[in-house]
Ligand binder design. Structure first.
Ligand SMILES: NC(=O)c1ccc[n+]([C@@H]2O[C@H](COP(=O)([O-])OP(=O)(O)OC[C@H]3O[C@@H](n4cnc5c(N)ncnc54)[C@H](OP(=O)(O)O)[C@@H]3O)[C@@H](O)[C@H]2O)c1
Length: 300
């Protein structure tokens, strides 16, 4: 890499720590910035990086600026730091929704001589090794040095085994509405449905062999994570409401087939799901994987 100094705005957060460690390991001089000074200092000590209380100073010194703060606050932050960025600096965010951030970064590169890219790592703060995980990339543009500067960063990711998926904001937001928003929603609703049925989970567990146990553990692992971020992923994504409407229609159709004991209607919905999933790479061995997960849960 030709750039060596990176400032991470939101560096005291979960993803800030992951990337602070990552860039430090790659020889960068890492500085973190966030508003809560005590937490900022504590994380800087824990990760072994510098900290800076002044947003302006932290940005002015950096060759690369990473913004890793909540989705809603990111476009304003990008606007705010524009005037502090060094000429030819590279700036990127890692938000889970792209439309508004992409527009803010486009405005930025049209106003200042800087380079902009938008990333979405498809992993959370619990990651240990990034190999074979996906990082989604949206190229935005910048100065005549753009290609060299962003390729340095992307080559570094590739050298660690990260899989790069390049896309546009609309496609990104539609697809993550399905790959993040939908599984989050279904698992939140699953636990709420059980709660509303007024049955303690431990009791239900006595009535299960496989499917429920796996589903329950999956839902429990989701419900313990960051509530606000999960809310933002669904609320800030304009395309999620369309998915919700589709879901409501589907649920009505499903209910009708059950109410009317309409096996033909039920079969139609079932077969559509089956045909769709046949195209997937995991389809053939899915039952095998299922029992591999079960072995872990049953301690065998
Ligand atoms: N967590 C995930 O699984 C995951 C995965 C992929 C992408 N992302 C994206 O990564 C970003 C950060 O997520 P996270 O889970 O790391 O969040 P987090 O743990 O809540 O950390 C947020 C960080 O941003 C700082 N911050 C919050 N509001 C700020 C503001 N207005 N100005 C300056 N700093 C601010 C916080 O510190 P102070 O409050 O002290 O300022 C903290 O350092 C989000 O955009 C999210 O969509 C998260």
């Amino acid at each position: 890499m030709t750039q060596k100094k990176i400032t991470i705005i939101g560096g005291s957060g979960g993803m800030g720590k992951v990337f602070g460690r990552y860039f430090k390991r790659h020889g960068f001089e890492v500085t973190i910035y966030a508003r809560n000074k005590e937490r900022l200092k504590a994380v800087a000590t824990e990760v072994g990086v510098y900290y800076e209380f002044s947003l302006e100073k932290s940005v002015k010194q950096a060759d690369i600026v990473m913004v890793t703060i909540p989705i809603k606050s990111t476009p304003d932050m990008i606007k705010k730091i524009g005037p502090y960025l060094k000429e030819n600096a590279l700036i990127f965010d890692i938000t889970s929704i792209k439309k508004a951030v992409f527009e803010a970064l486009e405005d930025l590169k049209n106003t200042f001589p800087v380079n902009c890219i938008s990333l979405h790592p498809m992993f959370g703060p619990g990651i240990k090794d990034m190999k074979n995980y996906v990082i989604i990339v949206l190229k935005i543009g910048g100065t005549d040095k753009y290609d060299v500067i962003i390729n340095n960063l992307l080559d570094m990711f590739r050298s660690d085994g990260l899989i790069i998926t390049e896309t546009s904001p609309d496609i990104h937001d539609k697809r993550v509405a399905l790959t993040l928003g939908v599984p989050h929603m279904l698992n939140i609703l699953f636990l709420n449905l059980l709660k509303n049925a007024n049955e303690p989970l431990n009791e239900l567990t006595k009535y299960t062999g496989t499917t429920f146990l796996l589903q329950k553990v999956f839902a429990e692992s989701i419900i313990q994570r960051e509530m606000e971020m999960f809310g933002e992923i669904q609320m800030e994504n304009q395309q999620f409401l369309t998915i919700l409407e589709m879901f409501e229609k589907l649920l009505k159709k499903y209910r009708k087939s059950i109410e009317n004991k309409d096996m033909k209607g039920f079969n139609e919905i079932f077969s559509q799901g089956l045909d769709y999933s046949k195209e997937d790479n995991h389809f053939e061995n899915s039952y095998k994987y299922f029992y591999e997960f079960m072995k872990i849960l049953k301690g065998k």
